[in-house]
Design a protein around this ligand. Structure first.
Ligand SMILES: [Ca+2]
Ligand SMILES: [Ca+2]
Ligand SMILES: [Zn+2]
Length: 311
């Protein structure tokens, strides 16, 4: 990965000279940007509080309908509903890896790199129902797709050409999306309206041992897969309302960066008790700082993946 890291540094140097233009080009992502960092943690599009409430109603309705029909995983109401997730490791997700390179070979990853990323995923989700099973990995040379950003025609073309499997299969794309962005994902509830768009895209240098330090231990993949399973950021909704719809992740006003031990950005409101969940995979801290999903997140991911992905 050595030659690519030099190119990234050059790209970042260029980017820092024209931040105003970049800001305009990617306002959505910059809403949660760390002004002190060269990277944007995540470009996943998050709903407003109103939209989140509507989505949650839809989710609960679908769940109670499937409970009425006696399907597993249905039922429950309220935040987390007092249910249990399925047994640890009992839900196997097939993974299709798509490594996009440019015509000079930039973006190339080895079988060892992919295997390391799979290990990171399986360790991160070790206390959840999910295990990840690599089915295939292919390298695709395409200059336009190599720099495909969030919501671009190149993204649509890339995914509609390469995507494999159905709602329950994970398509994991790596490329060099630019603008300092580390990755983005689609939510389970997005699948029905745009099945071919489903999947996660991460910056190739975030894989374990890559050059995107301090985001190079593979947890961009962990975080984006969290969205793919239905988890919001821990700071979704800020201090008010239902936040991330997980009752055991303390509410958080804004993303945390670095590893600010003891940060406590919400002191009033539902779920405000306790310090910010800076060690949670769904915050924006450094890879070395994030190492856990909560029980409530495991349960939400389980219920979302049953409801929308048929997993
Ligand atoms: Ca919460
Ligand atoms: Ca708090
Ligand atoms: Zn995210």
């Amino acid at each position: 990965m050595k030659t690519k890291s030099i190119q990234l540094l050059v790209a970042l140097a260029l980017a820092s000279g024209s931040s105003a233009t970049l800001h305009a080009a990617n306002d959505k992502a910059f809403e949660h940007a760390n002004e002190n960092a060269s990277f944007l943690r995540c470009g996943t599009k998050h709903p407003s509080q109103k939209e989140a409430e509507m989505k949650e109603k839809h989710f609960k309705n679908l769940r109670s309908n499937s409970a009425a029909k006696g399907k597993p995983g249905g039922g429950g109401g309220g935040d987390n509903g007092g249910d249990q997730p399925r047994a640890v490791g009992s839900v196997v997700i097939d993974v299709y890896f798509h490594i996009i390179t440019d015509s000079n070979g930039n973006g190339g990853l080895s079988a060892g790199d992919i295997s390391s990323q799979m290990n990171v995923l399986n360790n991160a989700y070790a206390n959840t129902p999910f295990t990840f099973n690599l089915v295939s990995s292919q390298t695709v040379v395409n200059n336009a797709w190599f720099t495909a950003g969030y919501g671009t025609q190149a993204e649509t073309a890339m995914k509609s050409t390469l995507r494999q499997g159905d709602a329950g299969d994970l398509n994991f794309y790596t490329n060099n999306m630019g603008d300092g962005l580390l990755g983005w994902a689609t939510f389970p509830s997005d699948y029905a309206s745009r099945p071919m768009n489903d999947g996660v895209v991460v910056l190739f240098e975030t894989l374990p041992g890559g050059s995107a330090a301090p985001y190079n231990q593979g947890d961009t993949g962990t975080h984006e897969v969290g969205h793919w399973l239905g988890l919001y950021h821990t700071f979704q909704g800020g201090c008010s309302g239902s936040g991330d719809y997980v009752s055991d992740t303390p509410a958080e006003k804004s993303p945390a960066y670095g590893c600010p031990t003891g940060r406590d950005s919400c002191t009033k409101g539902k779920n405000a008790a306790g310090s910010d969940p800076i060690n949670n995979f769904m915050d924006y801290t450094d890879d070395a700082c994030m190492y856990e999903f909560s029980f409530g997140q495991s349960l939400r991911a389980d219920q979302q993946s049953i409801t929308y992905r048929g997993l």
